[in-house]
Write a protein that binds this ligand. Structure first.
Ligand code: CLF
Ligand code: SF4
Length: 520
């Protein structure tokens, strides 16, 4: 059967009132909470008290839809969807879909049956893996047969795993009922523009109704279909996240309009990602020198949009076959050869027990953060960023030299708020420090006042101090936000006592290379 001949869904429409859904989304600003940050945000400690129970059930252990959950829960992607129906100027088809994954590594393509076996293998090895996403390497809805067969197989064998889908949206309106039928509760649409004048600089063509459309006409069809698809998802109570690629000089200012348009149509969360563009990717943008944003340009746009809607800031632009916590990639442990040789037993009860333990740990972290909120009024308008080396669980538990990324928190009178992450080259190369890598680390966290680590050697410590970044290692294996707030209060006290002078720091660079899988 060809993909085009895949039967239309026979599902009846779920009885969800769009008014109710829009009301809930408006009331709760997505999965938002005032939390410790003072700002409604999926990036803070959203809990069951902050939102309608049915929305909490959907987001509480989805690492992309809840920033707080991403420290504890993992997702996996299966690369079952090779074809695409549009062309983006930041994509090279040799690589994964750049809408949801960083170009740079070719995925291993799977059949739905192999994908199902892989999900079971991962679920029995990583009990905190709660979400299965299909995100490429092309567009899942340009490969509907493979995509929905994979969802069908997985929902039969592992019904506790949440299903998730990421699409460019062109075919979305045709498949919304099928998406509802398989209880895919989370759908991402990549929307980079709502104005075809802008869109024609991002999309050279789309394949629509058996014709290749180009330029303005192509972008016009694409935006119409994306917005229609979003409205249809909202009508059915399916949570929609919007991904947008920030392309300086092309759509950076326009993304504020995109944000308003998607919010008014019921989108749950907006994820503005930096363009990753380098000549070696072989993309149009890579080859014509189109730059990506700096860290502060990205943050400024996210901050501007946050007044209107919750922003996702913890996206790792992961591969179409990523496995593990966001920010780690365990896909090399689960190649087809290894999976086929594995003895897989799906232990639903064991998974449940493990996840209950995770919930206790998560609650302890939230309480620890709350305990440090008093006394922050001294901060006034002072705000600063700190970088944290962590392997997950919301704890400072990574050595400076072993960090592949640093999480970035903004500290202010409102508390500690996660605002992003910075990937870096490993400083520690088999027992010795790599000076070139240290330069890239400093460049990546140059806008931070301090870096929190579990351990750090003397040489990098001295270089960081010289660069104006305080290395902080006295909170090893303690909770990140609580520790950061203790440090911040101490910093404010020193400023007040005249021991130090608070100065704003400069900008930082976003690393342009690919995230490579690390076999363990
Ligand atoms: Fe995958 Fe996407 Fe689902 Fe998450 S990823 S299909 S919503 S389960 Fe998450 Fe990865 Fe960012 Fe995507 S960090 S690229 S937003
Ligand atoms: Fe590439 Fe994804 Fe765009 Fe298709 S939708 S061209 S796979 S980035």
């Amino acid at each position: 059967m060809t993909e085009a001949a895949f039967p239309e869904g026979s599902s009846s429409q779920p009885a969800v009132d769009i008014g109710d859904v829009m009301q809930k989304l408006a009331e709760h600003k997505g999965c938002g909470t005032e939390g410790g940050s003072g700002k409604a945000s999926c990036g803070s400690s959203a809990g069951p008290a902050d939102m309608a129970p049915e929305i909490w059930e959907k987001v509480k252990n989805h690492p992309c839809y809840s920033e707080e959950a991403h420290h504890h829960y993992a997702r996996m992607h299966v690369a079952v969807a090779p074809a695409c129906n549009i062309q983006c100027n930041y994509c090279n088809r040799k690589y994964d879909c750049a809408n949801e994954s960083r170009p740079g590594v070719v995925s291993e393509r799977l059949t739905p049956e192999q994908a199902s076996k892989k999900v079971l293998a991962v679920a029995s090895t990583i009990p905190q893996m709660t979400v299965l996403g299909i995100a490429g390497p092309g567009d899942p809805l340009a490969n509907p047969q493979k995509t929905f067969e994979t969802f069908r197989l997985i929902s039969e064998v592992a019904p506790d795993i949440k299903l998730c889908l990421s699409t460019n949206g062109l075919a979305l309106p045709d498949w919304v009922d099928e998406i509802a039928k398989y209880k895919v509760d989370h759908v991402t649409i990549t929307i980079n523009m709502i104005d075809p004048e802008i869109g024609q600089h991002i999309y050279p063509w789309v394949f629509w109704e058996n014709k290749r459309l180009q330029g303005y006409e192509a972008a016009k069809i694409l935006t119409e279909r994306q917005l229609l698809g979003l409205e249809m998802l909202t009508e059915r109570g399916i949570l929609a996240k919007i991904n947008s690629v920030m392309i300086p000089g092309i759509n950076d200012k326009h993304l504020v309009e995109v944000n308003k348009a998607v919010k008014s149509r019921g989108a749950f969360l907006h994820n503005i990602m930096p363009l990753i563009s380098a000549p070696e990717h072989g993309t149009v943008f890579g080859l014509n020198g189109q730059r990506g944003p700096t860290a502060q340009e990205l943050k400024a746009l996210q901050d501007e949009c946050e007044g209107d809607m919750n922003m996702m800031r913890h996206c790792r632009q992961c591969r179409a076959d990523a496995v593990g916590l966001l920010g780690e990639d365990r896909s090399a442990e689960f190649t087809t050869d290894k999976i086929m040789a594995m003895d897989v037993e799906y232990d639903a009860e064991g998974r449940k027990a493990y996840q209950q333990a995770v919930e206790s740990e998560r609650q302890a972290k939230v309480e620890a953060k709350q305990s440090e909120l008093d006394g922050l009024e001294k901060a006034g308008d002072t705000k600063l960023l700190v970088a944290v080396a962590t392997k997950g669980h919301g704890i400072i538990n990574e050595h400076f030299g072993h960090a592949k990324e640093f999480q970035i928190y903004e500290l202010s009178g409102k508390g500690a708020k996660f605002v992003g992450h910075r990937r870096v080259d490993l400083y520690c190369q088999g027992g010795y420090g790599e000076e070139d890598a240290l330069d890239t680390v400093i460049t990546a966290i140059n806008d931070c006042h301090a870096v929190f680590v579990s351990k750090i050697g003397g040489c990098p410590k001295a270089d960081l101090i010289e660069a104006g970044i305080e290395p902080v290692d006295q909170y090893a294996h303690e909770f990140i936000e609580q520790s950061a707030l203790v440090w911040f209060k101490d910093y404010l006290a020193k400023v007040e006592a005249g021991e130090i002078v608070h100065v704003d720091r400069g900008d930082a660079a976003i690393r342009q290379g690919a995230l490579l899988s690390q076999a363990s």
